[in-house]
Ligand binder design. Structure first.
Ligand SMILES: NC(=O)c1ccc[n+]([C@@H]2O[C@H](COP(=O)([O-])OP(=O)(O)OC[C@H]3O[C@@H](n4cnc5c(N)ncnc54)[C@H](O)[C@@H]3O)[C@@H](O)[C@H]2O)c1
Ligand SMILES: O=C(O)C(=O)C[C@@H](O)[C@H](O)[C@H](O)COP(=O)(O)O
Ligand SMILES: [Zn+2]
Length: 364
């Protein structure tokens, strides 16, 4: 059904690329062959996604030298150690610089495969085939690739843009409910950081999204990709406004690292982190208590956490946040709200408001 397809461009001069959004794209041989023309293709996936979708992708690609790596599942696998067997496989199979890497999976696979592509023989071409809502709306777009370190989230990585992003909305049918909700955290992020009209729309359509209504999901993926593409095109390497995409992440990344990348999903940590950002912004007097409650209520409606884990104290929070990549001259920079749909990156806040937020003191 070609007419249901949506296209978003990430405009980066001669490295510009398209995000293809639609149902059934995984099985579209012409689209796959156009975007993945290499003779040698390394597909990186995981033990959950590969049994579901690898055969379809291979069939669409047709006759080539295809090697597939299926990694163990989970955020804990997004580490340097997981990359070594993939490099080994590529070397054993004689992959040269003219190969292509394809990421078939969620954000964990996309980030890791992108970093493999960024570093194998100093960089090869790659294509993102995201299979989670989170990966479709966020991680597959914009070229942030990398892996975690026990001391900090995404600490080892590179900017490396894909040649294309191919988001087949039909694969969301097999996504577990908890993962769909986690993806909604990044969706709400776009609304809160800069798209108030989208916030209004989301409040009216959260239930349709959670029910996986095709029109609602297609609208959401396209809207988020348009928002992200505009920010990335303006500030690819996060010299300025791209840091707004980190709303909730300074707190959220600390939660993920403190929990050893275990029981809290990225989207869940970011949901709690956005609530903390909203609370702190209200403490600063930058947003009203009503706006704070509106943001928190939307996150709660999705079934996402609105508070950090109770055993993570302010001292440990600060320990992880001190290594945040947005920090400059040892100063902790936070993404906070001046209004709903209006975020800023700033080091100019009251430290007592931060302490109160980290300690989870009751809102005024
Ligand atoms: N690079 C970026 O700009 C960026 C942006 C946002 C998040 N991220 C990163 O993305 C990661 C989180 O990504 P995620 O939420 O996609 O998690 P994930 O990659 O772990 O996938 C979530 C789970 O869903 C399973 N799965 C994936 N697709 C499926 C499908 N269609 N059907 C059934 N199961 C499926 C996976 O196997 C996994 O168990 C984090 O590491 C985060 O740091 C990166
Ligand atoms: O694309 C970006 O820029 C983002 O910040 C998107 C985030 O959702 C994502 O989690 C990203 O990986 C965080 O990047 P980091 O530089 O803070 O590690
Ligand atoms: Zn994120």
């Amino acid at each position: 059904m070609k007419h249901d397809r949506r296209l978003v461009e990430v405009a980066l001069g001669d490295r510009s690329y398209l995000i293809h959004i639609g149902r059934g794209l995984l099985r579209d041989a012409a689209l796959m062959r156009e975007n993945i023309p290499a003779r040698q293709v390394m597909i990186i996936s995981n033990e959950t996604v590969a049994p579901l979708y690898l055969d379809a992708l291979k069939t669409a690609l047709g006759e080539r030298r295809i090697t597939a790596a299926s990694l163990p599942d989970g955020e804990q696998e997004k580490c340097l150690e997981s990359m070594l067997p993939v490099f080994d496989e590529m070397l054993v199979n004689g992959f040269g610089r003219d190969c292509q890497v394809v990421a078939l999976g969620g954000g964990v696979i996309g980030d890791l495969a992108g970093f493999v592509a960024a570093t194998y023989q100093r960089g090869v071409d790659f294509v993102q085939v995201p299979t989670t809502l989170l990966a479709m709306v966020d991680s597959s777009v914009g070229g942030k690739t990398g892996v975690n370190h026990p001391r900090g989230k995404n600490m080892i990585g590179a900017f490396h843009q894909p040649r294309a992003v191919i988001a087949d909305l039909a694969v969301l049918e097999t996504l577990p409910d908890r993962e769909l909700r986690a993806g909604m955290a990044e969706v709400i992020k776009y609304a809160l950081l800069g798209d108030r009209e989208f916030l209004d729309w989301l409040e009216g359509h959260v239930d349709a999204a959670l029910a996986r209504e095709p029109d609602a999901l297609a609208f959401i993926v396209e809207r988020c990709c348009r928002n992200k593409a505009a920010i990335v095109a303006a500030d690819e390497r996060e010299a300025g406004q791209r840091a707004l995409l980190n709303l909730g992440h300074t707190f959220g990344h600390a939660i993920e690292a403190a929990r050893g990348y275990g029981d809290w999903l990225h989207g869940e940590a970011i949901a709690a982190g956005m609530c903390m950002a909203a609370r702190m912004s209200a403490r600063q007097g930058w947003i009203t208590p009503q706006d704070r409650d509106r943001a928190v209520a939307l996150i709660a409606r999705v079934g996402l956490p609105t508070q950090p884990p109770s055993d993570l104290d302010a001292v440990r929070f600060r320990e992880f946040m001190a290594r945040d990549k947005k920090n400059r001259d040892g100063e902790l920079r936070l993404v906070l709200l001046r209004g709903l749909g209006d975020a800023i990156v700033t080091a100019d806040y009251d430290d007592a408001a931060l302490t109160a937020t980290l300690e989870g003191r009751a809102d005024a």
